[in-house]
Design a protein around this ligand. Sequence first.
Ligand code: ADP
Length: 416
Amino acid sequence: MRQAEQIEKPDTILRRYVRILARYERLMELSRSLISTLDISILLEQIVVAAVELTDSEASSILLLDKPTGTLRFEAAVDPMGVSLASIDVPLENSIAGWVVTHGEPLVIADVASEPIHFSKVDEESAYQTRSLLAVPMRAHNKVIGCLEAVNKKDDHPFTDEDISTLTTLAAQAALTIENARLFQQSDFISEMVHELRTPLAAINATTHILQRADLVPEKHTQMVNTIAQETKRLTRMTTDFLDLARLESGRSRLVRDPINLGEILQSAIDTVSPQAAEHGISLELKLSPDPLPDLTGDGEKLMQVILNLLTNAIKYNRENGSVFVTAAEYGTDIVITIRDTGVGIAAENLPHMFKKFYRVADTEGYTTGTGLGLAITRRIVEGHGGTITVESELDVGTTFTIVLPLQFDPAVTRH
Ligand code: ADP
């Protein structure tokens, strides 16, 4: 064989290189498309199709390691018999795929029938005969996550070194892309966010369609435009809140440490929300003890955001002509702020979830258009100041939020 290669004619060599180049072009094209897809099943489908095409095989499959069961599962396949392999679990021991995953090395089997570790259940279930097989490990960040197989090279030719290297490149790309897609899915915040964005987007979409109808009466027209305006506002708030929380969570948003006058912040927040309260006949009351309060070290702007959020909620979820009472008092080395309302209250079973991202009490969902992020942001900011926030509530009586902030905040000491 070596000798034969040495005396290869120039045009044969050229043809071989043209073929290799074509393969790499196809691989690059595929990698571009893989980067832009985050749906794992579409991704895997593209990979097996490319594997069949590039290695000139009859079939191809991807088996991914399922850690909890310690077995391999068919996640995608180009399968000439068209049967579903998804329900077949392939063991790590006594299977070719298992050997490849365990050893992390490629394996070429010219005659599968005489291979003792071949897991024949797959052929039996699919009524398909595996004659030759090339399997390569799929490795991401130094971990083998599965294996990519090419089955039965056309015309029963043997698999070549070129096939091994092509399939290895494909498997490496596939593994990385799968890992990225998994990371994306795992980032629950992002997927939850995308999910949450769908509701206002769907509402805008549906309303736009109705608006396009020629027979729409003018009153409906105004109503539809108002819905779009309201949902757009909600989308804007959501994105702002989302970015705020993402910055706080990743530590990109640092709290400044200035001497601040909390009494002034509370008064200014009350002044800001008073028109909103007046609309519903809600009274606002502030008590400081001592008055004035001693200065606090912290981020004035962020603490203003906290108070505004709690006050807005205390108004939003209040009853007509209700009240909101705000107190701030010095206790030893802390300042304790309470914001109490006379509103709808929160059921005991919902209280433990109040500070979770996107959490909204089901009963209040139609109440006002919120994002369910306000209290999560609030808690982050308070904890960033070394403080704590708690909530107590009674249904139909009202809710009290209590914040404890240390007068001197040392970023190294945080109470979670
Ligand atoms: P949003 O108000 O934007 O939905 P928040 O995180 O500020 O998000 O609040 C989460 C949920 O907690 C609200 O949807 C509401 O159900 C409930 N909630 C918050 N504050 C109060 C309150 N003062 N009284 C009753 N329920 C409240």
